[in-house]
Design a protein around this ligand. Structure first.
Ligand SMILES: [Zn+2]
Length: 406
């Protein structure tokens, strides 16, 4: 076997294509593989599939997987065919080792996609010596392609959340299948229209807004409005995570205000108030007991937080409603403005909060995915575009089948 036929086997080059020559350059650390075709060969017309002879050719080059430390490139004279069907005209044929419009071979793109899932894109880009915009373009192609084939017909319970893109100026909204734990759709913005856009996307993938029985969301007005308008049969569950976070935020504000009034007394209490009793150190427990004795607002707000958490441990929805009523009556009479605010929010979202006891939907895993996206964002120093951020989210959480060559 001569070196040309060895490379033909290694690259999977089959007639009419053939390897015409292989060139190593020590200076440029480059391996060039020239591909041609036999005289009189016929090609498939990309329009109708008929056999047609070459009409003219054009030279094209694709980057391929490295051969050891050598960057490898395939170069071929790619013909246009003049189809016997006059309607087809003169068309460039497609080559089996690369897709239309790409400067990389399919195997190189498979490597790109593998790296993209393992490391920040900028790192992957410098690892293979390509500019990251070229990498993003490859990722975008495979994600669009994979998404064109996904089936969302089984989607019934969805969750949604928004996250900040590029330095928090822009927002992106994500929609998840809560049962399959996968990202279904991401789009720019965080207003109610994003929900509509999601249901339209759902419909193009065999799903239906009518099939959605449950939607899990934070208490954002935009999402509530969006769900009411676009998902006629969905019962809303307000995510426990967000309600507890709201209560924690209000507790922190109460503590910060009181810390200004009694700096000595409140010293060292900041983290104690964020913890649950079972996780407190002995010293923190002492601090809290002391503060409770002084009848500080912070201490009462802390107890109210514990009581709100306790609602979620109720064995039934009926029992939970009893606890939530008791909590509300206590909170609204607490004379602590920040806590009264939470109480009002609870009252305005009553059914959605209690719906959790039927649906048991929680956005916990969505928050985890959000954390991943935000951390890759920091490591990669930005995504350049919101589209890239959405693509990264599909890569992390879309469970897409990229149908890559191996
Ligand atoms: Zn044709």
């Amino acid at each position: 076997m001569n070196p040309e036929s060895l490379f033909a086997v290694a690259l999977g080059i089959a007639p009419p294509w053939e390897v015409e020559g292989v060139e190593f350059s020590k200076e440029t650390r480059r391996l060039d593989i020239k591909i041609g075709f036999s005289r009189g060969a016929t090609f498939v017309c990309p329009v109708c599939g008929s056999s047609a002879p070459a009409y003219d050719t054009k030279e094209k080059t694709w980057r391929h997987l490295n051969f050891f430390q050598y960057e490898a490139y395939l170069t071929a004279w790619v013909p246009r065919v003049k189809c016997p069907n006059a309607g087809c005209g003169v068309k460039r044929v497609s080559v089996p080792w690369a897709r239309e419009g790409s400067g990389f071979t399919l195997l190189f793109e498979a490597l790109v996609m593998t790296l993209a899932r393992e490391m920040p894109i900028k790192v992957a880009a410098s690892f293979i010596g390509e500019h990251d915009t070229r990498i993003w373009r490859v990722i975008d192609h495979y994600i669009q392609d994979a998404r064109a084939h996904v089936d969302h017909s089984g989607v019934q319970r969805v969750g949604m959340d928004e996250t900040s893109a590029r330095r928090g100026q822009d927002y992106v909204s994500f929609f998840f299948d809560m049962d399959q734990r996968r990202l279904l759709f991401g789009t720019e913005g965080k207003d109610h229209k994003t929900v509509k856009a999601f249901t339209e996307d759902l419909a193009t993938h065999n799903g239906s807004a009518e099939n959605v029985t449950d939607a899990s969301l934070d208490m954002s007005k935009a999402f509530i409005k969006g769900v009411r308008e676009a998902m006629p049969n969905a019962e809303i569950t307000f995510d426990p995570f967000h309600l507890i976070k709201l209560m924690n935020d209000s507790l922190s504000k109460v503590r910060a205000e009181e810390a200004k009034l009694f700096p000595g007394l409140m010293k060292g209490s900041r983290y104690a108030f964020l913890k649950n009793p079972e996780n407190l150190t002995e010293k923190q427990e002492g601090t809290l007991t002391k503060l409770c004795n002084y009848r500080l607002k912070t201490a009462r707000a802390y107890l109210l937080k514990l009581a709100l958490q306790d609602v979620y441990f109720a064995p039934t929805r009926v029992d939970a409603e009893r606890r939530l009523k008791a909590w509300y009556n206590w909170a609204i009479r607490s004379q602590i403005d920040q806590v009264r605010k939470v109480a009002k929010t609870v009252k305005n979202h009553w059914n959605g909060i209690l719906a959790w006891f039927d649906s048991k939907l929680s956005n916990g895993f969505i928050e985890a995915i959000n954390g991943l996206i935000q951390s890759t964002k920091r490591r990669a120093r930005g995504y350049r575009t919101t589209k890239n951020l959405i693509n990264m989210a599909y890569l992390i959480a879309g469970k897409l089948d990229f149908r890559l060559p191996t």
